[in-house]
Design a protein around this ligand. Sequence first.
Ligand code: SF4
Length: 434
Amino acid sequence: MSIRNPYRQYMYSYPHKTAYRHLTGISLKDYVSCLAGSGHSLYLHLPFCRTKCGYCNLFSVTGQHEEQIRRYLEAVRRQSLQYQELLTPYKTEFAELVIGGGTPLLLTEEQLVWMFRLLEIYFTCTVDRELVIETAPNETRPAKLEILKQAGTTRVSMGIQSFSDGELKTLRRRHSAGRAREALDLLKKFDFPCVNVDFIYGIPGQTVVSLLDSLKEAVTFAPDEIFLYPLYVKHGAGLQKEVRDGLVLHPEEALLQYREAAAYLRSEGFRQDSMRRFVRSTQVRAYSECGFGTSLALGCGGRSYLGNLHFCTPYAITRADCLAQLQAFEQREDFTEITHGILLTDEELKRRYVIRHLLIRPGLLLSRYEESFGSSAMEDFPILEEWEAQGYVCREGSFLTLTEAGMELSDWLGPQLMSRAVIGKMEEWERMYQ
Ligand code: SF4
């Protein structure tokens, strides 16, 4: 079958935030028992960037200075105190702390130290907890990395996107290829347990050769993981105007670039876990059941997943809307009232489970699905049989997993698992923002 554009949507979570709506009468108190005991994730969103990348439609704002960031952190502190009071009776221990954004390292050194102290004071973690933080080449400096090291950071993730200055300019990334090299070199010298770097393909003007040049250079730094992202220019991204004015995205070229890049990384010993993730590892891939993962978000713009309740602040993409959300967050008194999100039905929970597992190796453990939901995934989702017949998925032991042909179509297959109800809400949101 020929598919004109396999890049429909990145399904990193389900349902998408644009399917969330106003909620009333819901308190975090009623859901906090989902966080009992250990094994959960705590996410802190720091929505500040120096400049806006051309493809970005994440919740982040530019032009915020030290005092504004201080006010935000103070609101996070008040939120943390309220959450701590709720979590204490449940003896919650987080197995993972993730600090994302935005550009977390835009904080001053004092603010970074204060932020880690805050997390330590208000939340309890398991002894072997993961601490993950995102950085950007321009903010990756020795003094800040020393603070990350002292805090026990286990993974640092850096968006390089390309080692070509021309491609970086097209993407409106403000770092140079030279700065990215220095930053990656520095990260490796600090010897964090895991360093991962992100690259983008499908950039107008990019070729298979230039993409491979970037990846070959990245490999010389021996990163632990490489993420390859296809370029999406969606609602609110700065490059939308250029795309409307004729900047052309070629999905068929992007697909060729993906194939060459994936083959190259595999030939270099990287294990491919998903369409985007390549892991330099000799270890056997661990199975983790992410479909029921519980995660609590701090700050403005991050998502919490507690059982069938998913919530966050309303989705905002323009600078004005993001600033309004930030202001509302800073003025909030009660952080336990949930006012925006979605309550998943059992059917949506099944969809989420299949999406979260099938698109990542080792895949969907069919027996586990049956134990959890009391029904068969193949019967609940007849499309899986069709995909098996078409060679997009196959059985590997007890797992249903993507084949190589299915893997490259992840962003086309995944959206087909969404429900009509969720698609309807997402389309309604799109229409409102046209
Ligand atoms: S892509 Fe990341 S670094 Fe770029 S503007 Fe968005 S949040 Fe900031």
